[in-house]
Unconditional design. Structure first.
Length: 620
């Protein structure tokens, strides 16, 4: 079954009758390796063909679908059709010309990429490596009516599919042959996976992941001239599952349960962009982590959406609600943040703080939110849109005291039954990093089955990207541990890694302060995510990021060092909670992970055993 983007169910409300039948046939009659797009803007001019059909061994085909009936076509030539409508005679551009214009634009865009052209010395040097074509589907006109009405004089017969060729009983092979007969030329092709990504990168700029932006770099900053954009040697895009999910999200309440590195934050960014373009009401993005909120706010602002999309960590948003509506803040002291939330809830109940302020609310890292916070959040959404998106992974629940797996979303006012999605594939980490992290946290990640209204705990599965095994370094002293850390940073930088792609993630704030001072003394640039500096963490681009295990939530870096492993689990803390923290820290690394200790501990032994076990498994 072919993959339709967006999903067919999400498209049905805006499809014509003919488009519904075409989408059903395309899904049913084409194999799994076909990708289909319905009504998705394409290329630089953002034209919207009805369907784009893509296959790595066939090429790319554009289809224009019309629901016209034979008796409503008064006159037709190769450029224009005159139709009888309820409002009288109407003139429409030939659907074949429409499809041709879309296909030509796609061809020009793709042919600009040297990696998609035949190389020098080839018989067709400089030409696109794959065929492309176009055609028309006349969903309410039979082949007999097509011929009797003389339509074959304005639309060549092989470029049209008629109503009786869309029946459910049509033979799949015959249906496919009819599609590929629409190509002006056919030749052998076998696109590689990188070439497939490049095709999607060119056709759909909004799914691009920009280099250096990690899981956030979904779309170009406002004002960039797309035509002048240099095509990178390596491109990165959302995968087809992520793109289908991101484009299929409608209004109402929706929950995405996804493992670490499955692209949840990337999907949130895509959704925020879509909503900002379509809504007049402000959009609210909430998360728990200050560093993540600062990074999201920075990137939203860079893309010119800061006036439409408000980004806050939850407690900062609560403070803003109280100050904006002149509700007194609680006195500083014990339980300040808890009391601040209570005052916002009370202010809403009393009418001091208005409900329905936002057209949509998007919650990232929703596993860190207390259940009662959701009762407050749902009251902030305009009932006319009722748009709520929650991104959740209980394996990364590192803040809460309560067992949030037992919560019922319905009891919190989140009406997401039948609108939940599970993402199991981890794209962030290499197979080696993920395998070691999973082995370490195997008990923590024991998967459970939950009903549609509960919170599932999902074990991550690798997308298959490979890299070096995580390294565990043992030193004799704490001072030697610092020396080893600095040596690792210097060596990685000497091999071409920018400082800004490195992070050191530690358990205690004092470790970061000490490390920041040490790096300053030896002129290694670093940015410290302390209580004063979390929002400024990414201001200095090319600097090593220093974060606590709590602050690193939702972020990712190509190279990560985790020192102080011998002091874990932290004294006085539950081992399972400390294991969650270390699992989160380890899964921040996208390419290389180094762990350092000078003392032996339960965790250092488990990590060493995990590395040895994974090494043995991969060697077999």
């Amino acid at each position: 079954m072919a993959t339709l983007i967006p999903s067919r169910n999400s498209c049905l409300p805006r499809m014509t009758g003919g488009e519904k039948r075409v989408s059903e046939r395309l899904e049913q009659k084409l194999e799994d390796d076909y990708l289909l797009w319905y009504d998705v803007p394409v290329g630089l001019k953002q034209r919207q063909p009805d369907f784009v059909v893509f296959h790595p061994r066939r090429g790319l085909l554009v289809l224009e679908v019309k629901d016209w009936k034979a008796d409503t076509i008064r006159q037709a030539d190769k450029t224009q059709f005159t139709l009888v409508t309820e409002r009288g005679l109407a003139r429409e551009t030939s659907p074949l010309l429409q499809a041709r214009a879309y296909a030509l634009e796609i061809g020009v865009v793709l042919e600009n990429d040297p990696a998609l052209r035949n190389p020098e010395g080839h018989r067709y040097a400089g030409k696109l490596v794959m065929p492309w074509g176009y055609g028309v589907v006349l969903a309410n006109i039979t082949r007999k009516q097509f011929g009797e009405g003389g339509l074959d004089a304005v639309i060549p017969a092989h470029l049209a599919i008629c109503r009786d060729e869309l029946y459910e009983t049509v033979d799949p092979e015959a249906f496919q042959e009819q599609l590929w007969a629409m190509f002006p030329q056919v030749f052998p092709v076998a696109l590689t996976l990188p070439q497939i990504d490049r095709v999607r990168w060119h056709l759909f700029p909004e799914i691009r992941v920009e280099p250096g932006s990690g899981q956030f770099g979904l779309f170009a900053a406002e004002g960039k001239d797309a035509r002048a954009l240099e095509i990178p040697d390596l491109v990165k895009v959302m995968d087809a599952q992520q793109e289908q999910l991101a484009r299929s999200l409608g209004d109402e309440h929706r929950i995405i349960h996804g493992v670490a590195g499955s692209g949840k934050t990337m999907i949130l960014g895509f959704r925020a962009m879509q909503l900002a373009r379509s809504m007049s009401r402000p959009i609210l993005v909430l998360c728990y982590n200050k560093a993540l909120a600062a990074r999201l706010e920075e990137l939203i602002g860079e893309r010119g959406l800061g006036d439409k999309v408000q980004v806050y960590n939850f407690h900062r948003w609560c403070r803003r609600m109280l100050t904006s509506y002149h509700v007194e803040l609680p006195p500083k002291g014990e339980r300040f943040f808890e009391k601040m939330v209570e005052r916002v809830i009370e202010g809403v109940d009393k009418g001091q703080i208005p409900r329905f302020q936002y057209g949509a609310v998007l919650v990232d890292e929703g596993h860190d939110f207390e259940p009662d916070w959701y009762k407050l959040i749902v009251q902030m959404i305009d009932p006319a849109t009722n748009s709520l998106l929650v991104l959740y992974d209980d394996a990364q629940n590192i803040y809460g005291k309560a067992d949030r797996r037992r919560i019922s979303w319905k009891s919190l006012g989140v009406q997401a039954q039948g609108r939940t999605t599970i993402l199991k594939l981890n794209y962030r980490n290499t197979l080696e990093i993920l395998a070691v992290a999973r082995n370490f946290a195997s008990e923590l990640l024991a998967a459970r089955v939950e009903d549609d209204d509960g919170v599932p705990l999902i074990a991550p599965e690798s997308a298959g990207r490979r890299g070096p095994l995580p390294e565990l370094i043992r030193t004799d002293t704490a001072a030697a541990q610092l020396d080893a850390l600095i040596a690792q940073l210097r060596d990685e930088h000497a091999h071409g890694r920018p400082w800004g792609e490195m992070a050191v993630i530690y358990r205690n704030n004092w470790e970061g302060e000490k490390l920041h001072e040490a790096l300053e003394r030896i002129a290694i640039p670093s940015s410290l995510a302390d209580e004063r500096g979390k929002q400024a963490l990414f201001v200095v681009k090319d600097s090593v990021k220093l974060l606590t295990m709590h602050s690193c939530k939702g972020l990712e870096f190509p190279f990560v060092i985790v020192p102080g492993l011998g002091s874990l689990p932290h004294e006085g803390q539950r081992e399972v909670d400390e294991a969650r923290l270390l699992y989160v820290a380890m899964t921040r690394a996208t390419e290389r992970l180094v762990l350092i200790h000078h003392l032996d501990s339960v965790f250092s032994k488990r990590i060493r055993d995990s590395i040895n076990e994974v090494q043995g498994q991969l060697a077999r």
